[in-house]
Design a protein around this ligand. Structure first.
Ligand code: HEC
Length: 478
């Protein structure tokens, strides 16, 4: 009897302990699983959403949500596919970018989200392939570079070789604007960006950036910015807003940067690429590898970050930028995209006086594939908001506004030359959320702009076309 009591007593004790352990353990396991899923979701947004869709509902690649697996079924097959890719179907390998733990977190995220398939999700999946309708708005252009609308049905277009055209109702003027500056269109140079003053209605100022060649001696070039008026097809009243000191011109023919944009406080921003001389991006006595800020008339704002530094270019706003070819100001923030080397194209939020690290830190490698720098981050240098490895060749950037795509207002549109893509980037309060490919394989995207009608206009370098994108059935079903 005594013994039985004792056994009962011990048994009860063990049960109490086990129950306590279970209680203590459950919330932790749940918490851990939740953390893993969250980590998976973050990784998914950065590495996978572009092809598989923001909500896993598919886009350029298939849905990961419909529970139908074709290429990978078991846990191991899925993990292996993420690791090693499948070149035949276009699924990239991620073994260089993701750890085993990352891949496990991704697997957890994908499969846990997949279980939640609902009717609505299936509908979104079907529709997401037709988010936009694509029409050719203009054709047979000669290497178009930049487009800006000047009115409801009027626009200006630059062609790289050195011509500025007026467009009325989707047709080029008979002759290019007469008397614009001479450009050196060799390599990546030429007549590059065109922009209009925020008060264009009143003052009619048109801004141009181009590769300017010094007239003396050897062939030396640098990005230059001017503004002028167009009257009766002629370029007039030209003012030079930015020209580098002649001793800072360089003989290379690439990395001119050259995008122009404006804020709401009277400033003009423009980019100058590092011109193939990467170390100069860190040198503030040089104009290349920088984002610059001037007043619209070319004078230097008193509060520019380096106005008091001896020998610095007073127009410099940020430095350590490689070849920035996307620049847009929206919601009080200046966004920039720049070409990385092999890998490491960047989306940056540009801040006054900040160093974006090129070439000291980078997510890219040398074109030959060898290591460029061992560092991807360093104290005192900015991290990109997001980066693209492998490089998409980011070029052209605008922000969605207007009625036509009102569900996407405030999202960025980023073009890509090499990947022949237009990407839709979702942001929230200056933070990167996710991105999705809207357009693929129509041609090398040089520039993108929202028209006064709210449609998206995509400038294709080759073939020389401008596409007009409007909402498709899938957009309405979102
Ligand atoms: C460049 C585009 C691209 C990116 C980026 C991409 N994938 Fe894929 N993925 C594909 C393609 C294409 C397929 C082939 C089948 C299809 O279209 O779904 C595929 C297939 C898959 C499959 C197998 C689906 C099946 O039906 O068996 C999985 C799982 C998968 N991807 C996961 C991922 C994960 C996780 C990421 C991010 C780490 C990722 N993918 C990034 C293009 C991409």
């Amino acid at each position: 009897m005594r013994k039985l009591k004792w056994v009962l007593f011990v048994g009860l004790g063990v049960m109490v302990i086990m129950a306590a352990l279970a209680l203590a353990k459950t919330p932790n396991t749940v918490k851990k699983a939740k953390l893993t899923t969250e980590r998976g979701a973050k990784l998914y947004n950065v590495h996978c959403a572009a092809c598989h869709g923001v909500d896993l509902e598919g886009g350029m690649a298939g849905s990961l949500k419909d529970g139908q697996w074709t290429y990978a079924k078991s846990v191991n097959e899925i993990k292996n596919l993420i690791k090693n890719g499948n070149a035949d179907v276009g699924m990239p390998a991620f073994k260089d970018q993701l750890t085993n733990e990352d891949i496990s977190a991704l697997h957890t995220f994908i499969t846990s989200t997949g279980q939640k398939k609902t009717k609505a999700a299936t509908q979104a999946n079907q529709a997401s392939h037709d988010l936009i309708n694509t029409n050719i708005w203009m054709d047979d252009l000669d290497t178009p570079w930049s487009l800006v609308f000047t009115g409801k049905n009027t626009a200006l277009l630059t062609e790289k070789r050195g011509d500025l055209y007026q467009i009325i109702d989707g047709k080029l003027s008979m002759a290019p604007v007469d008397g614009i500056p001479k450009v050196n269109s060799k390599g990546q140079g030429g007549l590059l960006d065109v922009a209009i003053d925020p008060d264009y209605e009143m003052n009619k100022w048109v801004y141009l950036s181009f590769s300017h060649q010094l007239e003396t001696g050897a062939v030396l070039n640098m990005t230059k910015i001017v503004r002028g008026h167009i009257k009766d097809g002629k370029w007039q009243d030209e003012q030079v807003l930015f020209a580098a000191q002649p001793e800072h011109y360089i003989k290379t023919h690439h990395h001119y940067g050259s995008r122009i944009t404006f804020d709401d406080k009277g400033h003009m921003f423009f980019s100058v690429g590092e011109r193939g001389r990467k170390d100069m991006a860190q040198d503030i006595t040089r104009p290349n590898g920088k984002i610059h800020r001037l007043m619209r008339d070319g004078t230097v704002p008193k509060d520019n970050p380096f106005v008091n530094k001896t020998d610095a270019y007073p127009s410099i706003f940020s430095y350590g930028n490689r070849n920035p070819q996307g620049l847009v100001f929206t919601g009080g923030r200046l966004w920039e995209t720049e070409h990385g080397p092999k890998g490491g194209d960047e989306l940056n939020l540009i801040k006054s006086g900040a160093n974006y690290g090129w070439p000291v830190i980078s997510y890219g490698r040398n074109y030959s594939g060898t290591e460029l720098t061992p560092y991807t981050n360093m104290e005192g240098m900015e991290q990109p908001i997001s980066q693209w490895t492998p490089s998409i060749a980011a070029c052209g950037l605008d922000v969605i506004s207007g009625e036509m795509f009102s569900k996407w207002n405030g999202y960025l549109l980023a073009g890509a030359l090499k990947y022949k893509e237009l990407r839709l980037i979702k942001l929230r309060d200056g933070e990167y959320v996710s991105e999705q490919i809207l357009l693929k394989d129509k041609g090398r995207v040089r520039d993108v702009t929202i028209g006064p009608d709210g449609a998206i206009y995509v400038i294709l370098n080759k073939p020389g076309q401008i596409l007009r994108l409007t909402p498709g059935i899938g957009y309405g079903a979102l």
